[in-house]
Design a protein around this ligand. Sequence first.
Ligand code: C2E
Ligand code: CA
Ligand code: CA
Length: 712
Amino acid sequence: MSAEPDGPEDRLRRFATIWSRAVFPVTSTSSTRPEFEEQLLPLARRLSEALRARTFDADEAKAVGAALVAAHCTDPDALTRSLDCVDAYLVLYCGEESAPQDDLRTRASRLQHAMAAGYAQALRERTLAEQEAIAQAALRAQGVVAQALHASEARFRAVFEGAAIGIGIADLEGNVLQSNGALLRMFGGSEQGVRGRRFQEWTHPDDAPQTWRLYEELVRGEREHYHVEKAFYRPDGTVLWTNLTVSLLRDADGNPEYQLALMEDTTERRLLNLRLRYEATHDALTGLPNRTLFFERLEKALSAGEGQRFGLCYLDLDGFKTINDSLGHAAGDRLLVEVADRLQSCATAPGEMVARLGGDEFVALTTGPDTEAEVDELAARIMNVLLAPVRIDGRELTVRGSIGIVEGPAGERGPAEVLRSADITMYRAKSAGGNRFELADPEADARAITRHGLTTALPAALERGEFFIEYQPLVHLGDGTVRGAEALVRWLHPQHGVLGPDQFIPLAEHTGLIVPLGRWVLEQSVRQARDWRELYGDGSPLRINVNLSPCQLTHPGLVQDTVDILERTGVEPDALCLEVTESALIGADDDLLKPLRRLAEMGVDIALDDFGTGYSNLANLRRLPVSILKLDRSFTQSMQQFPADPVDLKIVEGIVSLAHSLNLAVTVEGVETGAQAEQLRILGCDTAQGWYYARPGPPERLHELALVDATG
Ligand code: C2E
Ligand code: CA
Ligand code: CA
């Protein structure tokens, strides 16, 4: 007994016990159950260690899968039960409680994948080795049988009857003369099914093309033996798969006399292989073909010959996430199963298929010469079967979907391109309100700026240098001189042209790319500031304003990155102003403010951007390490009409005087006319920015503007 009744060793042992209990009934091992458990224990230990290892190692789990095959767990159920066991118990008995459970679960499911892969590979290798052994045995048997025929009838009988593989002898016309017990058992056990039949009667639709040519060559005496994989119908109509070796027996003078067939029953193994293949190509939840199988079919359809076309419907359910979130995953799963069943009923013609790509995304494919009309009908059928509500837990759920349709001739595009187009089109259907289908239009594809497409292209865009920065001058309202510029990032997208920050900054924030992107903008802008300084000398320093996203604010590297960039470029901190939106600082606690405070202490200016759009408490301003307020464009806009709304004017005046009393400078945005500029100057604003002075543009533009100031 161990001192600690429930130590890791006991828990591991319990896992091995459960595992062995689950799998033992379906093994063909000669061990007892406790012996079998001893065999599984080291495998359990390897899985347990792989679960907790610092870095994930798929090879460990693959080796465990292979070891299962070596331990005679070759029944398909043995794998399924093992995976179930790992799924249900590995984390429970072998995970550390302190580790994040989600990580362990992810790990465990990756281990299962690797185990299944190792298992399949080992099984394949074993099958090949066995086939080789059988072929060898067959050749040996041929020698033995020939010898026995010549030597002694009694010895021949013994070999014949005792053999574990099926043996049959036929004359050169194909009449079966003798067959041993093993062969009779393969054919269902009755003599009539085999004896007196002619070998040529055993044709099967799956016969390989060369099967009967080899047979003819053998009976003509032109070949000594051949080896094929062949199926037979048993008398009861079921199918028997065999590895068949047929050899020619010659008489004492060397003339062909008999043919000797040696066959091994491979039906079970074939079924297992089919099942493994099935599992690898079908979705476990709905039983529909999965992405792998779908890609195979699509690839085939796209490489079909002249005159062949394809039509694809890409379906994404509308609002599925809401159902999942509100009713739970079990209900979501049942909904998906129901949808899968209905979809399946839509695509039953030859050349049609339905698959689940993952989540709530399905595809239906139709192929042949007439897909132009067929694909529309297919989409209409799909919309139609979704109409009836789905009953789950006594609730009636309405299911709606958006479909993107791509149709075209085979031989022009690859599967990835077709799927991308279908995906873009589906998003178009979704953004048009959903519950509809749209047809792909290559031009619209090229223009369509989908959230999805842009998101996946973002990381590469940064590496490829597709971003650039435009600068918009900040002008002093008192004397009209250019004091600096705000850096505004743009994306020169290879297909969509120049995209503004509103189109990609939210995506970059969502994916985390905003951190490296923001760092790049900061570095570029600070370099630009240094170049300006070199151009004008320190006498009229141009300052640079750079926007910071909320994600950058919480990123631990912010202060260090900024310091590094300033040091590398040799720019003084007071040449830099970081703009943070008011909304990002609402309710900010000290932890969030700390990095900004550090930067402010170093001399970097912090501006509160889009001021007036949030609901921040004005008194709160004192707490914030800000030195500049940037009044939102909406204030300037309300000054557009003449005369301006006196209440608005009062508000701006109030804000300006409050800001000044807190020692904050005020910058106004969106100044489009001289009248606005004048008005804002009278109200006491310090700096202005807007189209009236200049639109955002290349850095050279700023030189010109600043030079005009300097000279004029
Ligand atoms: P923002 O900081 O409020 O930037 C000012 C926006 O107003 C810019 O839009 C600018 O082009 C536009 N604008 C300037 N003058 C006028 C005018 O007189 N009239 C009108 N109607 N608009 C004017 P843009 O370049 O599209 O930038 C949009 C937003 O994207 C920016 O708003 C900023 O929040 C964000 N952004 C831009 N660059 C970056 C960046 O490098 N990093 C981060 N995190 N955000 C950025
Ligand atoms: Ca800004
Ligand atoms: Ca702004």
